[in-house]
Ligand binder design. Structure first.
Ligand code: AMP
Length: 397
């Protein structure tokens, strides 16, 4: 398989599938968070430095019926230029004579961007003839969009077959794959996974898979109360998924059988309303008074997590410990974030993967103090679940 480390891009037009699905201000259409654009810079720079040219291809939002101004990638062209430090030409379409003319005439060191591929429904239906047209823009295909690697779309997956020998991953995807593999196949121990967030149901497959690979599994967030219920505790109005109580029991049994140290919260901050203005108190987790709900982990739980995390060599964090969007219930999440930073400084490898823990680590400005922050979201979760992502498979095959 070709690799970005060894491929010779000199004189080649590299068609890069990037994930520039960035948030835009609703009125000015300015980019409000350019993390994904900055993440693509190493791959783009590498190709330009080697004497190649770059055609950037992405989607933005979820347009449903053709062109829509609010989803036009034209809004981000200047921002991308600024971030990569090179002027970026814009093709007002992703296929068609004008766009092909522009990419055909691209010279070494030049960069252009195609219009939103999702303005064509053939993108999401993965239509081969559409992928074939997109493929005309490049001599080599570089997939650097991990966030869409779980979709078998034309520009993420189907397109790869038109580059039988000239297809490879960019630095971003490569980094994502390597960091998850480091967690799942670690030879260093102990390995600790912290899984939080709202619901057990959405994390069940990951939890079961992790049980075969980790030494410690810390449960946090809303899903903890389903476990507490399974142990016969009183959970008040806390979030509980009744259908998953038996599943929680089974996870506890599996953990025991497999020798995994399952850390379930022992105390909790409860509130009398789902609000930052609610009254709160700290109680044992199985003794939540009627009418109260658990919205964060408590002091003893934080201490227990700290001890486990600080002793770990490899750490995965997915999902917040409480309703961290409200300051009153953010302490558990902040504490875990800080302890992961401390463990990383001591030499542990830490991966922050999956939506809201990524939001949390960014909110607390700690992203550069952990080993790797995934940009993948849903794709990262599926990769952790062991699903072979179509966008990854298409480049590997
Ligand atoms: P997820 O997308 O499954 O990772 O869930 C993230 C969401 O879980 C965040 O929006 C949190 O506010 C929410 N969450 C965390 N802890 C709790 C809790 N104890 N009760 C209700 N929601 C929670």
């Amino acid at each position: 398989m070709a690799s970005i480390h060894t491929y010779n891009f000199a004189g080649k037009r590299a068609l890069i599938r990037v994930d520039f699905n960035v948030p835009l201000d609703k009125e000015t259409f300015e980019v409000t968070d350019d993390t994904r654009i900055r993440a693509a810079v190493p791959t783009i720079k590498h190709i330009l430095d080697q004497g190649g040219s770059v055609v950037l291809m992405s989607h933005l939002g979820r347009p449903t019926g053709g062109y829509e101004n609010r989803f036009s990638l034209e809004h981000i062209v200047n921002h991308v230029s600024k971030v990569i430090g090179v002027p970026v030409k814009f093709a007002g379409d992703c296929i068609g004579a004008g766009a092909f003319e522009m990419s055909k005439n691209l010279k070494a060191g030049e960069v252009m961007m195609l219009e939103n591929v999702r303005f064509y429904k053939q993108e999401t239906t993965g239509t081969e003839s559409f992928a074939e047209q997109l493929a005309q823009h490049g001599d080599v295909f570089v997939n650097d969009a991990f966030g869409t690697a779980h979709r078998a779309h034309a520009s993420t997956t189907i397109i790869a077959k038109f580059f039988p020998n000239d297809k490879l991953f960019g630095y971003l995807i490569e980094g994502e794959i390597k960091s998850v593999d480091k967690i799942l196949n670690s030879t260093e121990k102990p390995v600790t996974a912290i899984v939080g967030g709202a619901k057990v149901s959405s994390k069940i497959v990951i939890i079961e898979r992790l049980l075969d690979r980790v030494d410690n599994l810390i449960i946090g967030g809303g899903m903890a109360y389903t476990f507490v219920k399974a142990m016969g505790g009183k959970v008040g109005n806390s979030l509980v998924e009744g259908d998953f109580v038996d599943m929680a029991k089974s996870i506890m049994e599996q953990a025991k059988a497999k020798g995994v140290n399952l850390v379930i919260p022992t105390d909790t901050i409860v509130a009398d309303a789902f609000s930052n203005d609610a009254n709160t108190q700290e109680v044992n987790i199985g003794e939540i008074p009627d009418g109260w709900m658990g919205l964060d982990v408590g002091t003893n739980t934080i201490a227990a997590c700290k001890e486990v995390i600080l002793n770990s060599k490899v750490i995965l964090w997915n999902g917040p410990m409480g309703v961290f969007e409200m300051d009153k219930f953010a302490r558990g999440t902040i504490s875990v974030a800080n302890v992961i930073v401390e463990a990383t400084a001591k030499g542990a490898f830490s991966l922050i993967g999956g939506g809201d823990s990524v939001a949390a680590i960014n909110k607390y400005n700690l992203a550069d103090k952990v080993s790797y922050v995934s940009t993948g979201g849903g794709a990262m979760l599926e990769y952790l679940e062991g699903i072979e992502l179509p966008g990854i498979k298409a480049v590997r095959d």
